[in-house]
Design a protein. Sequence first.
Length: 263
Amino acid sequence: MNILFIGDIYGRPGRMALKKALPALREKYAPDFVIVNCENSAGGKGVTREIVQELLGLGVDVLTGGNHSLHQKGCDPLFEEEERLIRPANFPPGTPGRGWVLLESAAGFPVATLNVCGRAFMEPFYDPFRCVSQLVTEARQHTPIIMVDFHAETTSEKIGMGWFLDGQVSAVFGTHTHVQTADERILPNGTAYITDTGMTGPYESIIGADREIVLEAMMTMRPKRFDVAPAHDVRVCGAFVEVDPMDGRARRMERVRVDLGNL
């Protein structure tokens, strides 16, 4: 069974890139299930109903999030109503939406997709290790195919989560830092792992934002509104995993990167 995960969609350039690249990625990898992180898809922070409809309309199965998931005004009902849109499960109690979802893949096998935020250099979320452990226990009652989007800042915390979940889930995809890492591998007990899947958006930028604005903020230490960078050097980044649907173990993993130039 084939799973395609696409890293953080950043603004309109990222959405344009996904729309342009997805047909070829489908032809190459023949995915039975597609997961996309969308927490930066609306101007760099959050997501809107229109964008969710746009992304799901491309044939995406699940949209995951991160610390910016609910930053768009009026998005609370969206997270309650759309089961294919999830946000980190370790948000505070009472946060709208859900942290995981179980859906049937095109191959006819149920897939559980879980979303959790890290704590190192992040907001004080509930312990992601205890949280994901509880979710995995529940998910494994329904399927051995479990995908985890771990949205975290530090490589050490992400690697720790990989080892913590080795043998319990099919894959751990790191997101949030927007820089694709070259450490994709299958851990000893069958869990596919990559520290960061990378960003889908403009790379002539500072992790998606206009570089001149970000540099000014860094150098003056004054707050600035970070606008999305122009659609220059646009790339699609992510990871592909082949999973045995009987036991949920990963058999193959590959980094995904598509360079689209200027859009």
